[in-house]
Design a protein around this ligand. Sequence first.
Ligand code: MN
Length: 249
Amino acid sequence: MKPVIGITPSPSLDAQPHGTFLRYVLNEAYAAAIETSGGIPVILPPQAENIAHVLGLVDGLLLTGGADLDPSLYGATQPHAATYGVDPTRDCFELDLVAAALAADLPLLGICRGIQVLNVALGGSLIQDIPTEVDSTVPHRQQAVGLPADAVGHDIEIGDHPAIAGLFDGEILGVNSFHHQAIDRLASPLVAVAHAPDGLVEAVVRPGSSFFVGLQWHPELMFRRHPEQLRPFAALVVAAAASRLVGAR
Ligand code: MN
């Protein structure tokens, strides 16, 4: 049986003629990347209870991109003026999922907001707004310079940690970029394994976990044009399959 990958969606207000509705939405590219990698994607809507039961239904977790985490979760005394889209229900659900997944050594891949969730869940903090807080000319919001979602916005330099070096060819990788926040204080259990030219963290791993990877870019938006960008999803699916064999799930 193929491994099942639970994917966290984003809240989205949808104004229709018959009312305005809070929906949980997922970019199809996440599901396509998991399916193309041989996994079964399932969407996990935020819920306050039964986290262990939810985790028991899946073999791996994919934390997706989205709006900002509540800055108070990492000790910021005041939210930056550029903070947007804070959703305590999603924050709480994803942080609970990460804690439970760590305890069970369930394979985890965090993308964009997802790498930030992983860092905050383990005690790290975030730069709240790169444009106003970091002296950088790297286009971390490439839409601002007119680049499409599947185009390379900037390069990253990949270190030699085997958990990330094995995923990509070479030391320099072109990635897309759609973030105004980034890792500030790195959580102590994590290792930063890729950096942008301005020094910002673009990938983390957690040594000791069977598969624990955070990426600050969006490989799901690139893999159709840049096939090597499917590799993080393929690696998650392989780790999830192995975890199913080893664990009691
Ligand atoms: Mn970036």
